[in-house]
Design a protein around this ligand. Structure first.
Ligand SMILES: [Mn+2]
Length: 363
């Protein structure tokens, strides 16, 4: 059996929400992806870019990648794409090409070296691509250029790190452009979009996939599965997505209704305790507070330090009534009117603070 594994968007070195544990999570996911990939004895490893989160990675993350990849490259060729997180766009420079100087079996795809060929089972396999390019015109021209250079007789894989029209905006590669180039390739891969998915808009021509990430970098990704792609026997139509045990993440949105602060505190406590098995938990709650907003606890992450991230936000609902203001001109008097209509005309201190801030910043 011939296996090819594709790993992307590991984002090593990201200190998500300034938590040291999160840095460890990215490293753990990266290592787990490699370990699982190696268990399939792949003939080739392809990295879809954003291996690192920062342009100048921290030494620990750099060491992790260098050590492991050099070791792996002794027996398995590794091809790297360069992601948007790894390239200084105004200088066009990146540390990633250094990896190819460390081992003859490591290849980094760039404008200067967009093609890498391998002899596998008597067949010629080419992996093609270039670093992330932000400018749409340049990115599309580069794609056209490198595509024109390849021969259709070989097995050709395109590996880029770009937003393709239809999934993420703004995009750098239009569907028209990609469809024109697609016929030359047997497989199209891209990093960048963290949710693994087929790029259905071109799969009538060539199988194409966003590889997916190994660890989530924001709560917006909480529903994404994390893992990597496994292709066997050059069947590019149906890869397997091998899942990774990345840090558990969950977002709960809930309206608590009209309640006293003490009741709201109890509700939040209950939700947190029901989800203590989650590492990164976000509660986005709303409530109509029957009492003082400041009697609702605000130090949840200190009360439950066992979470890697515990993010509780409570949006006080003001009921259904909308307040229409008489004056169109904004001046100090509008605060009196607003406070009066809101039924909090007696909050003199807050009112004068608002006026003070208005005076200070209105210019
Ligand atoms: Mn990324």
């Amino acid at each position: 059996m011939t296996s090819i594994c594709c790993i992307s968007d590991c984002h090593l070195g990201f200190r998500h929400r300034l938590k040291v544990q999160r840095m460890k999570d990215y490293e753990k996911a990266f290592n787990e992806a490699l370990d699982k990939a190696l268990s399939y004895e792949p003939i080739l490893l392809i990295f879809g870019g954003d291996t690192f989160h920062h342009i100048r990675p921290d030494p620990k993350s750099m060491q992790t990648v260098v050590k492991r990849i050099r070791e792996i490259a002794d027996s398995i060729p590794c091809v790297f794409s360069i992601g948007n997180h790894e390239i200084e766009t105004h200088l066009g420079s990146s540390y990633i090409p250094l990896l190819s100087d460390m081992h003859e079996n490591i290849h980094v795809l760039t404008s200067e070296s967009p093609h890498k060929y391998f002899k596998i089972d008597g067949r010629k396999l080419g992996v093609h691509g270039f670093q992330y390019i932000r400018n749409k015109k340049i990115a599309e021209e580069k794609l056209e250029e490198i595509t024109a250079q390849i021969s259709e007789d070989d097995i050709n894989i395109l590996c880029i790190h770009q937003a393709i029209e239809g999934c993420l905006e703004p995009h750098e590669i239009s569907l028209t452009q990609l469809r024109q180039s697609a016929e030359k390739y047997d497989l199209i891969l891209s990093g960048h979009v963290h949710k693994h998915q087929p790029i259905t808009e071109i799969s009538d021509i060539t199988p194409a996939f966003y590889i997916g990430s190994t660890e989530r970098i924001s709560f917006n990704e909480s529903e994404n599965e994390t893992g990597f792609l496994l292709f066997t026997n050059f069947d590019f139509q149906k890869p397997r997505f091998i899942q990774i045990n990345s840090a558990t993440m969950k977002v709960i949105k809930k309206d608590l209704g009209r309640k006293k602060p003490s009741e709201i505190n109890k509700d939040i406590e209950k939700i947190i305790e029901e989800n203590q098995h989650i590492a990164c938990l976000r509660l986005t709650l709303s409530a109509e507070i029957d009492g003082d907003y400041f009697d609702v606890f605000h130090d949840w992450d200190e009360r439950y330090p066992e979470f890697t991230i515990l993010d509780v936000s409570l949006i006080p609902a003001s009921g259904d009534e909308t307040i229409s203001l008489e004056r169109l001109e904004i001046n100090e008097k509008i605060f009196d009117e607003y406070f009066e209509k809101r039924g909090i005309g007696d909050k003199e201190e807050l009112k004068s603070l608002c006026k003070e801030l208005y005076q200070k910043h209105s210019n």
